[in-house]
Design a protein around this ligand. Structure first.
Ligand SMILES: Nc1ncnc2c1ncn2[C@@H]1O[C@H](COP(=O)(O)OP(=O)(O)O)[C@@H](O)[C@H]1O
Ligand SMILES: O=C(CO)[C@@H](O)[C@H](O)COP(=O)(O)O
Length: 652
């Protein structure tokens, strides 16, 4: 469990400085983290689990799935209802909401929320004697939020590729259209290839399927901006990092791959909605203009104050009317902000999806990954854009869970024992390899099915197996997942390695991986990550709540900037002179490390310093050289096998 301060300590901290609050609506739950604004120490956390706390919506893993399995969504009302339940829980647990000075939110990425024409009024007039969900029934023009696991927009993805390719052709690209060429053009333009879960494709499907509801749509947000809208009771724009998950936000003007290295800062400096793609989605020039209005102004300063908390929150739950709100962001960007990642370190988020997050100074997008603008950019950062690179896998926790459920008893302890027993018995790599794409995978794109192989020396000598392996599936799934992360991370590291010398090229493993998310506390997973990826593994103190903690850090940063700006524009000359003008412009990482350094020095320094390097992360696994060697030696064979497995899986 995360160490949480006692209620008495809460009171003491609040007396001096107050709190910051981070909210997170991810796939399976809605969470809250309360932190001391001065030290960023976690004080309390709470959550509402969609399946078990709100069973009336009938979700499994937080979602509903169509009969064909390709459409995946959750009811928008469930998310709002979860916020009601969570706030009630905070009140019951006596959280000191009156001392919250700033709030920010995080939400599952790509998932779109459709507000009706009536929403503006309904939001403004919320009655504090009633729940928010009971008053917003008419506020949405679409009753569902398409989930990031949705795979039903393949035709819209095709339109996106073709549109990006036409733009590249107009800019001088001289090749014929192929799906790959379309994806490359879209990746250069927006940081990602066409993905079924991306918001632009989902919005296009909505417009094509439901013309009436489209007409009645006033605003379109993402889950993160929808939470900011609820918090301020006023429509809010999408945060730029989260806008990168729409396939509509143009990051680069370089349509043609005329230069092998990362895009220059100047070329990437001007970012905006891509007009041709908006038109593709909206169906006409006129509707494209309306769509741009529906999406609203993108928030390019992640630490800006977008408003004060709404009256409903003040009157019903006792929030301070001066409490500020800063833009919400995606759950992965928020997780990323709960760390300060140096090169060659990564965050591995093991939530519903598995995601690998890396920091980057250059725009060097890859078709199999995603490049997002750094989630804590300030508006003034135009000369030094930074990015977050991400690999996202759909078959993360739910696929591991499906293997666990085939075991007797179906629990994690048994799963973990099976992993180590199978490895001791030699039932993993290099003898056995398997791929578990239970839902259509993102990496490799479109892979679907389960295939198992017995290997005899190399990938060209293998035997495909028909039966499940009750004695080794638990090991095989972990090896297969983490080999993929190692392989793709190596490609990212290799493109950021300027030197071609052998030492640099052979050193393409990470130095450290920080684990967060529901599965991060699992010792078998921790050890296998260390062995396969060949690096030290740390467990973040915020492991279960990294998204809401990252959101709270952002709120604290906005608060610090806001307080400093207010002091420097004070009417009193003395106060204005004493104000720390730099704090009003302080970059996010500087702010976090200044605050955390203060905490560590104040609490004795020394050993605490090492522990606090990554906000209290603790070393939980080191690579075992015996196994790391096996995995390193098998990597090329495994890569070739993964290629075959995609076509074999399609035939099964
Ligand atoms: N001990 C464990 N070992 C492996 N996986 C676990 C363990 N405990 C929980 N999980 C997984 O964590 C997942 C939920 O993680 P969480 O980060 O809360 O998801 P999200 O943020 O996407 O809603 C579940 O699907 C579950 O399979
Ligand atoms: O689609 C993506 C990222 O592109 C997913 O990572 C979602 O953002 C959901 O995250 P979790 O609920 O698994 O944290």
């Amino acid at each position: 469990m995360v160490q949480i301060a006692s209620n008495r300590a809460q009171g003491a901290a609040a007396g001096d400085h107050g709190f910051v609050l981070g909210l997170d609506s991810s796939t399976q739950s809605f969470k809250a983290s309360l932190l001391c604004s001065k030290t960023l120490e976690p004080i309390s956390e709470a959550s509402i689990h969609f399946d078990s706390d709100l069973p009336q919506y009938g979700t499994s893993g937080g979602v509903l799935v169509s009969e064909q399995g390709d459409e995946v969504w959750s009811p928008v009302e469930m998310i709002v209802h979860a916020m009601d339940e969570l706030l009630d829980k905070l009140r019951q647990q006596r959280w000191d909401l009156a001392s919250v000075k700033a709030v920010s939110a995080s939400g599952q990425q790509h998932a779109t929320v459709y507000w009706s024409d009536a929403s503006t009024d309904l939001l403004a007039r919320l009655d504090a004697s009633r729940t928010i969900s009971s008053q917003l029934q008419g506020a949405f023009s679409r009753s569902i939020v398409p989930n990031w696991q949705d795979a039903s927009t393949t035709s819209q993805c095709d339109s996106f590729r073709r549109c990006a390719f036409r733009q590249a052709r107009a800019a001088g690209l001289d090749t014929e259209y192929t799906e790959e060429a379309g994806d490359e053009a879209l990746t250069r333009l927006t940081g990602s290839a066409a993905h079924t879960r991306f918001s632009g494709e989902q919005i296009m499907k909505f417009r094509q399927r439901d013309a009436e509801a489209w007409k009645g749509t006033h605003r379109i947000g993402l889950v993160s901006s929808a939470l900011s809208t609820l918090l301020t009771q006023t429509h809010q724009g999408i945060d730029e990092s989260d806008a990168c998950g729409t396939n509509l936000w143009q990051l680069s003007h370089r349509n043609v791959d005329d230069d092998d290295e990362g895009c220059s800062v100047a070329a990437a400096a001007k970012r905006h909605w891509n007009v041709a793609l908006l038109q593709e989605v909206a169906g006409s020039q006129e509707e494209a203009k309306r769509l741009e209005g529906m999406l609203g102004e993108v928030e390019c300063d992640a630490g800006r104050v977008i408003g004060k908390i709404g009256k409903w929150f003040v009157q019903r739950y006792g929030f301070d009317s001066e409490c500020i709100v800063c833009p919400g962001t995606g759950d992965n960007p928020a997780t990323f902000l709960s760390f300060a990642l140096p090169p060659k370190q990564a965050v591995l988020s093991l939530g519903t999806s598995d995601t690998v997050l890396l920091s980057s100074d250059t725009y060097n997008p890859k078709v199999y990954g995603h490049t997002f603008v750094h989630p804590a950019l300030r508006e003034t950062d135009t000369a030094e854009l930074r990015y977050m690179s991400m690999l996202c896998y759909k078959n993360g926790s739910l696929a591991r869970q499906a293997i666990r459920d085939t075991l007797k008893p179906p629990d994690w302890d048994h799963f973990n024992k099976s992993v180590f027993d199978a490895r001791s018995a030699g039932l993993g790599l290099p003898r056995r390899a398997a791929f578990y794409w239970l839902r259509q995978e993102i990496i490799p794109p479109g892979a679907r099915g389960t295939v198992r192989y017995e290997l005899h020396g190399s990938s060209s000598h293998y035997l495909q197996q028909k039966q499940a392996w009750s004695d080794s599936d638990a090991l095989n799934i972990l090896e297969s997942q983490f080999m993929s992360y190692r392989h793709r991370v190596r490609q990212y590291l290799s493109s950021s390695t300027s030197s071609n010398n052998d030492a640099a090229q052979s050193d393409l493993t990470l130095d450290a991986v920080y684990l967060v998310g529901g599965a991060s506390n699992n010792p078998a997973i921790q050890q296998l990550v260390a062995d396969v990826m060949g690096c030290k593994v740390y467990l973040a103190q915020t492991r279960g709540n990294a998204c809401s903690v990252g959101a709270a850090y952002k709120a604290a940063w906005a608060l610090s900037r806001h307080t400093a700006a207010a002091a420097s524009s004070s009417d009193t000359a003395a106060a204005a002179a004493a104000a720390d003008k730099d704090a009003a412009r302080e970059p996010f990482e500087k702010f976090v490390s200044r605050v955390r350094r203060g905490v560590v020095l104040g609490s004795g320094g020394g050993a605490a310093n090492a522990r606090d390097e990554q906000h209290g992360a603790s070393l939980v696994a080191q690579p075992d050289p015996k196994w790391t060697k096996v995995y390193a030696k098998t990597l090329d064979t495994w890569i070739e096998l993964e290629r075959r497995a995609q076509s074999d899986a399609a035939r099964v």
